[in-house]
Design a protein around this ligand. Structure first.
Ligand code: SME
Length: 160
């Protein structure tokens, strides 16, 4: 029996998982781990989902909690789809990553990708939520809106 209320829509479930945050990095990682597991279960036809965390004060991302195959640990803001989302602070929904110049192929199987920035209350980029699929053009505008709502909630609740 779960201690969480995993009913309702995805954003409500994420809300229930996060609960009160004590301000510690350990608890932030704890919640992000559970959220990556929740999203992994909820999304069909995906081969990787997880977080890249911004190194404080640097234009550099490091791997955070995720589900899927072993992935790249470090991504500069100048590289790949993640780098573009970090630089622009805008979601990147890429129908075919083979056509994206500089795409970083952590998993050869990845064909389409959605990356959503997580922004704190001071409008700083703090992390990214990255989801990959082996199917071309897997992610819809609906998926993007839903993950943007999740990212907004996380930015407000786990960074302040
Ligand atoms: N494909 C990403 C790198 C991260 S992996 O997908 C886990 C990119 O080009 O930014």
């Amino acid at each position: 029996m779960s201690e969480f209320n995993l009913e309702g829509n995805l954003v409500e479930q994420v809300d229930s998982l996060v609960g009160p945050w004590d301000g510690s990095i350990e608890r932030r990682y704890c919640h992000l781990s559970n959220i990556s597991a929740l999203l992994w279960q909820q999304f069909e036809k995906i081969n990787w989902i997880g977080f890249y965390m911004r190194q404080p004060g640097e234009d550099h991302l490091v791997l955070g909690p995720f589900q899927g195959k072993v992935a790249c640990t470090d991504i500069a803001f100048s590289k790949g789809v993640c780098g573009k989302a970090a630089r622009t602070k805008e979601s990147q929904r890429i129908a075919d990553v083979h056509l994206f110049p500089g795409h970083i192929a952590c998993d050869e199987a990845s064909r389409s990708e959605l990356v959503v920035p997580i922004i704190d209350r001071n409008h700083n980029l703090v992390a990214l939520l990255d989801v990959d699929s082996s199917s071309k053009d897997r992610f819809t505008e609906e998926d993007q809106k839903m993950l943007e709502a999740v990212a907004l909630l996380l930015g407000e609740r786990l960074w302040s």
